[in-house]
Structures are given as C-alpha cells and as structure tokens.
Design a protein around this ligand. Structure first.
Ligand SMILES: Nc1ncnc2c1ncn2[C@@H]1O[C@H](COP(=O)(O)OP(=O)(O)OP(=O)(O)O)[C@@H](O)[C@H]1O
Length: 270
C-alpha cells in the first residue's frame, strides 16, 4: 500500500494549564492530546469528529504544524516534522493549508475577491498569480464578476468558497478544514459539501475535515476518527464506523444526528 501522506504515531500535546493559576512556579501542564495514532492516506478525506472540547481543533493545528506536538511523531510525506523549526517547516508551509470556520474574520474586508485569492500566491512569488486566481475561482463556482466583489458583498456560502479558493491557490498537498460549514444554513452546507466532494475527486486532494456534525462527516469522509477527551475512541472507514459503532460514545453521537431536513435531499441519502 502507498505510504500515507500524514502519519501520526502516539501524538501528544501538553500545554500549561490556563485554568490553573499557581502562586509560585510554573502552571501544571494539561494533556490535551493523549497519544493519537492514525494515517491520512493520499487523495482521501479523514473526518475528525467529537464533542466540544475533545481536542479536534488542537489536533488539526498539530497536523498543519501551527502547534508543535510535545510527544510522539508526526510525518508528512515521509518527513518527520514533529519538531521541525520555522526554517525546516518553510519547505512544507505551502503544502499544508487551512480553511477556517469563519471566513469573514480571515478575509481582509478591503480586498477584492481576486486580490484575496492572489495574496497567498504573491507571497510565494507564483508566476501568473492573476490567471491562476481566476482559474481557482472558476473551480469554486465564483467565476466572472465575483472577482471584483468585496467580502461584504458576498453571502456566507460565497465567502466560504473564497476561503476554499485561497486554500487551493497554492496547490497544497494537504488541507485542513476546521468546522467550515458550521456557520451556514443547511442548504448552503450541502452546496459546500458537494463542491468539496467534486474538488477532492477532480484535484486528488487530501483533506482532514473537522466537524461535530456527523451527517456532514458521513457524507464527505472516507475514514473517520472519533475523539473523546483527547483520545481516539473509534477509527475506521466511515460507513463501517457508523453502521456498527463499537464504542458506546460513537453510538451516542450517532443517536444525536439531527433528523434529515426534507429540503436538503443530500442529508437523507445513505
Ligand atoms: N492552554 C490551554 N490550557 C488549558 N486548556 C486548554 C488549553 N488549550 C486548549 N485547552 C483545552 O483543550 C481542550 C481541547 O480544545 P479544542 O479546541 O481542541 O477542542 P475541540 O474539540 O476543537 O472543541 P470545539 O468543537 O468546541 O472547537 C478544551 O477543553 C480546551 O479548553
């Protein structure tokens, strides 16, 4: 079998406990990720699911090395990047992109859509940034006049498409999407998920998709890991995990899936 793009082995993260305020000495450390092992295979979508506070975002930030793990090993494309410093990471930065939950807060309101999508390419000195930006905007169905618009002139779904276009602009090897449809209404969510499905197919993307919403995970992700209090309680192909949850926590999560919205046909599909 091909080597996975991302390999996490016994990944750990302990941070000074922000809730502890000792009078003397250093704050005690709190273990947020407690030894996670999993792979993200090339061209696949890994779902990371779990209740609020289970460590999903912290894990995501480790995967794109915005956070440095304090234990275990993280490999990207065969390279050990667990403790890679800024210089060593520079080579991988453009390959590890992120899409955020709230596109508005990550988009400069004074820049046009075209400029927003060009920005990461200009940073890396990519040739023909404007042509490439227009091409990527077409891919996320924001072609034509959208290029001249500003974030406040866009709907929530369109802003999230700009976020996706920015992440795609540098043709990264891996994209982390952290709760990117949570703020959207159900039919816009469905459109964004369909778009991502298409992009994964067409562009052979490798994605980690964080969500607390199992119906979204079930639709998009090939594999899933279920986190609880910083540990993986269940992992495997999404269909198998949901068909026969082995852990009571997954069964509990499954039981909490909201009833399908009759207006959102995709939710009711198997
Ligand atoms: N420096 C810190 N000190 C203490 N606790 C922390 C620190 N950083 C994060 N945490 C805690 O770690 C846990 C994991 O947080 P994280 O944001 O990764 O969870 P999450 O699953 O993404 O939650 P949500 O779905 O609410 O975003 C939370 O309980 C959070 O409060």
């Amino acid at each position: 079998m091909a080597e996975p793009l991302i390999e996490a082995r016994d990944l750990r993260l302990a941070l000074p406990d922000l809730n502890a305020r000792p009078l003397f000495g250093a704050a005690p450390r709190v273990e947020i990720l407690k030894g996670l092992s999993f792979d993200v295979a090339r061209g696949r979508v890994l779902g990371i699911v779990g209740e609020s506070g289970s460590g999903k975002s912290t894990l995501g930030r480790c995967l794109v090395r915005l956070l440095e793990p304090t234990g275990g090993t993280l490999r990207f494309d065969g390279d050990d990047i667990t403790h890679a410093d800024t210089r060593a990471l520079k080579r991988h930065r453009r390959d590890l992109q992120m899409i955020f939950q709230d596109p508005m807060s990550s988009l400069n309101p004074r820049h046009s859509v075209l400029r927003l999508v060009e920005a990461p390419m200009r940073l890396y000195g990519v040739a023909n940034a404007e042509d490439r930006a227009r091409e990527v905007l077409e891919r996320v169905q924001l072609g034509g006049a959208f290029a001249r618009r500003y974030p406040h002139q866009l709907s929530g779904g369109q802003r999230q498409r700009v976020g996706i276009a920015r992440a795609l602009a540098l043709s990264p090897r891996f994209i982390l999407a952290d709760e990117i449809v949570s703020g959207l209404d159900v039919s816009t969510q469905a459109q964004i998920i369909r778009l991502l499905e298409r992009l994964v197919d067409e562009m052979d993307l490798t994605l980690a998709f964080i969500s607390h919403d199992l119906s979204v995970i079930r639709r998009l992700c090939h594999e899933v890991i279920v986190l609880r209090a910083g540990e993986i309680v269940e992992a495997g192909p999404t269909a198998e995990v949901f068909a026969a949850p082995k852990h009571p926590y997954t069964a509990e999560l499954k039981a909490a899936i909201p009833l399908p919205d009759p207006d959102a046909g995709w939710l009711s599909q198997p």
